[in-house]
Design a protein around this ligand. Sequence first.
Ligand SMILES: CC(C)(COP(=O)(O)OP(=O)(O)OC[C@H]1O[C@@H](n2cnc3c(N)ncnc32)[C@H](O)[C@@H]1OP(=O)(O)O)[C@@H](O)C(=O)NCCC(=O)NCCS
Length: 178
Amino acid sequence: MTASYSIDAAAASDAPGLIALRTGVVAEGEFLVSEAGEFPASLDAVIARVRMTAPNGGPPNRCMFVARARFQTVGVIEVQPGAFRRNRHVGHIEVLVRADWRGKGVGRGLLERVLSWSTTSAVTKLSLAVYAHNMPAIALYRSCGFTEEGRRVAEYRFPDGSFRDDLLMARTVGSTPL
Ligand SMILES: CC(C)(COP(=O)(O)OP(=O)(O)OC[C@H]1O[C@@H](n2cnc3c(N)ncnc32)[C@H](O)[C@@H]1OP(=O)(O)O)[C@@H](O)C(=O)NCCC(=O)NCCS
C-alpha cells in the first residue's frame, strides 16, 4: 500500500511535531551537527521560526514545508537565507524525515516542493552542507540537480573521536547562472 502523506507550508500548530521530529533525528546521532541539548527546542522559538517563513507572511527568501501523515509531522524542509545583503539570495536547505517514514518518497517530495517554491522566491541559489558519509541524502540531492562545490575535511569530530568530512552542495534556481 502507498504511504499517504501531504506536504504543506508549516504552521504554528506543527511546532510540537517539529520538536519531536528533530529530537528523534538528533538522537540517531548520524546525520546532524547538533547533539542533544544543543538546539533550541522551546515551542516559542519554533513558532517564531515558522512565522518568519514566506508562506506565513515572512520574507520571500525563507520557507518551511512539512510532511504530515496521520496528523503527525513526519518530515520538514527549511530554507534559510544568508544574513547579509550580499548573500541573502542564497537559501540554505535542511531536510529531515522521521526514521520510520524514510524511503517512501517524503524527502524527494519536500525537496521538489522547495524547488517549485524557489522559482517565485527571492532566492537564486540553493545550497547545503551534508556529511560526506550520508549517502541517502547525497543521492537525493544529486538526483535533484545539486552538485558538489567543495569538501571540508575533518570538519566534525564525533563522540567516538572519529573525524568526518562535510560536503558542500548547491544548485541554481531556474535558469539563473551560477
Ligand atoms: C535524506 C532524507 C531526507 C531522504 O528522505 P527520504 O524520504 O528517505 O527519501 P526518499 O524516499 O524521498 O528518496 C529520495 C532519494 O533519496 C535516495 N535515497 C533514499 N534512501 C536511500 C538509501 N537508503 N540509500 C541510498 N539512497 C537513498 C535515493 O536517491 C532516492 O531516490 P529514489 O526514490 O529514486 O530511489 C532522509 O533519509 C533523512 O531524513 N535522513 C536523516 C536526516 C538527514 O540526513 N538529513 C539531511 C541532512 S543534510
